[in-house]
Write a protein of this length. Structure first.
Length: 148
């Protein structure tokens, strides 16, 4: 049995560097990542070598198709609602979807997820450091109280 998953690599110049936008779809999920090739335009052989060597290890940012799910749930909830309310809700859905291509939206969702993880790790580290300092301060106070 052969499994085919659609994948694309788009190479473009972003003003400073040559960048590749790698897109990958599998089992209902869509992922994208950005790869910087450098200041000079990559040749076809360099692109082929990149795809053969590194495609399997690319860190794709997967974003589920949340917009379609949100539209379906909103449509079911508003089946018998006031027409003006339906219009308002439709406008909110369109504005909430954001701008940009599907790849840009997937990459920004990945950036946001990593940002949240980084914030949580930083918060945890600060909490542990403050607990360590508090324990050290308590230990010093006990030693002073004992007269040492």
């Amino acid at each position: 049995m052969q499994v085919i998953t659609p994948s694309t690599l788009t190479v473009l110049h972003d003003g400073q560097f040559w960048v590749g936008i790698c897109e990958h779809a599998e089992s209902g999920r869509y992922g994208a990542c950005r790869v910087v090739f450098g200041a000079t335009e990559p040749t076809d052989t360099e692109i082929l070598a990149f795809v053969c060597a590194r495609w399997a290890t690319l860190p794709f940012d997967y974003a589920d198709d949340q917009a379609a799910e949100a539209l379906q749930s909103a449509a079911a909830a508003l089946a018998h609602a006031n027409p003006k309310r339906r219009q308002r809700e439709a406008r909110k859905q369109v504005e909430g979807a954001g701008i940009g291509t599907k790849a840009q939206q997937a990459m920004s969702a990945g950036y946001e997820a990593r940002k949240d993880e980084r914030k949580a790790a930083s918060r945890q580290a600060k909490q542990e450091e403050s607990e360590r300092r508090f324990a050290l301060k308590q230990q010093k106070r006990k030693q002073k109280h004992r007269g040492r």
